[in-house]
Design a binder for this molecule. Sequence first.
Ligand code: KIV
Ligand code: NA
Length: 263
Amino acid sequence: RRKVTVQTIMGMKGKQRVVMVTAYDYPTARLVDQAGIDGILVGDSLGMVVLGFESTLRVALRDMLIHVAAVARAKPKALLIADMPFMTYETGIRDALRNASRLIRAGAEAVKPEGGQEIFDIVNNLVKFGIPVMGHIGLNPQRVLSLGGFKMIGRTEEQAKKLMEDAKALQEAGAFAIVIEMTPASVAKAVTESVKIPTICIGAGPHCDGQILVIHDVLGLTERPPSFAKKYVDLASIIRDAVAKYVSEVRNGEFPSAEYYKD
Ligand code: KIV
Ligand code: NA
């Protein structure tokens, strides 16, 4: 398999669906890469699915750096994208460049800040100085407090129009792809048809150029998964059963049996 670059992803629009998934550690990155994924996102969903926080607002750059470095050590053929945490880019171009470059030095090949027109200058400067950017519009979890919850975006005509403008702004700023999260499928379809760069959807229907899911949702490790996520395996039960078996085998003297030790 050849190394996936941002050019590879851009070239897939209209030809082949782009498939991405999150990963936060070395073994998971190896496995999803071996499964043939196109892009691995070290998402700030890290905060919720791995670190146990209620939202992504608590994730710090140093948390992301540790997990990006771990994923990078798997040397994936997939493109490695890192989320920019809350308030590591909104505060200005200098901060955005400095913080994005730290993610790049940790092994990321692209970064993902949240927002549309309001981050045009930030995205434009990152791209101008060599840092590929994937946009993220629709539901922006980093804005959960002002949104009043994790809600669908784009139901009103005004919101749908804004989504279209945000996508065009990100394309204009130089983004190589755009994540569209939790919008009506019809809105995601219209956005997809109006830009030349691939759209990668999550909870936004089938009409995008690609899909992305959180790996813990795919594997059945999330306590309260979002309704749009498909669980492909119930790893929670598999893990619980395996550990319960280990517990009982140690307690009843079955483990370690002869093959697991030497006299
Ligand atoms: O943090 C994350 O996992 C994400 C994806 C859901 C797109 O931003
Ligand atoms: Na995110």
